[in-house]
Design a protein. Structure first.
Length: 254
């Protein structure tokens, strides 16, 4: 495909602030998502799941109730037994998380080498087959809906139930499920835009001459319109066309 310099420099200029914020959210969301994914997926890629990161995040999460207790002890008369009533399930959950993480690590060690092209190192794992059998009104159990709705929805409902009976781990599950859903929505949003960019660039390539040189209307160019001043002479516009569209080979040679 030809490289359309007009499309890439004018129509697809990036919002660097938005890109930074979304990238930061994606990086942060990967940890809460990992806290849930280890229980419902298998066969993670070597560069997707990291045991050390799982241990560090588990230690960080384990410290949160203790930090909260330190801040609240001046404002509450709760007995130590009250703390454990609320947080015992929190630590049980973290122990189970570490056990599952170690099991995934052992599975990855026995998997074929990524250097032999045997598997994708960034694989987010395989779904539990039961998710494909879930039938809900208006929700098709495809990959997109499973990752955005069904998987996080399972933990969201469980989190709300535990939260209502006074188990603080419910708060953790609820928050992590929200991060889980939003992070996959962002990933699919980026994927959708990548495909649309390629489609738009193809349309721009095919319709640019009609719009730029022949001054055709949007009805004749599938909605594409050249934005910017152009030479009055059609001959000069035609001379500019090779500078706007370049072949891949020409760019590589540079």
């Amino acid at each position: 495909m030809q490289k359309n310099l007009y499309f890439r420099s004018v129509l697809r200029r990036e919002n660097l602030i938005k890109k930074f914020i979304l990238g930061l959210f994606g990086s942060i969301a990967s940890y809460p998502r990992m806290l849930l994914e280890v229980f419902i997926r298998k066969d993670f890629g070597e560069r997707y799941f990291n045991l050390a990161s799982a241990i560090y995040f588990a230690l960080f999460t384990a410290a949160l109730p203790l930090v909260a207790k330190g801040f609240m002890r001046y404002f509450s008369d709760d007995e130590p037994s009250s703390f454990w009533w609320h947080y015992a399930t929190w630590y049980i959950f973290l122990v189970l998380f570490l056990v599952k993480s170690f099991q995934h690590y052992q599975t990855m060690k026995r998997s074929p080498s990524v250097y032999d092209f045997a598997r994708y190192s960034l694989s987010s794992g395989q779904f539990h087959p039961q998710f494909f059998k879930i039938q809900l009104p208006g929700i098709k159990p495809d990959r997109r809906n499973i990752e955005i709705l069904l998987e996080p929805g399972l933990f969201f409902v469980l989190g709300i139930v535990l939260w209502l009976i006074g188990q603080k781990v419910g708060v953790l599950l609820t928050i992590c499920s929200i991060f889980y859903s939003f992070s996959y929505q962002l990933a699919y949003h980026n994927g959708d835009n990548f495909v649309m960019d390629k489609i738009d660039e193809i349309i721009c390539n095919e319709e640019l001459k009609k719009s730029f040189v022949d001054d055709a209307s949007q009805d004749e160019t599938r909605g594409f319109q050249f934005i910017g001043r152009r030479p009055e002479s059609k001959e000069m516009r035609e001379k500019l066309m090779p500078l706007i569209l370049e072949d891949d080979e020409a760019l590589d040679a540079k």
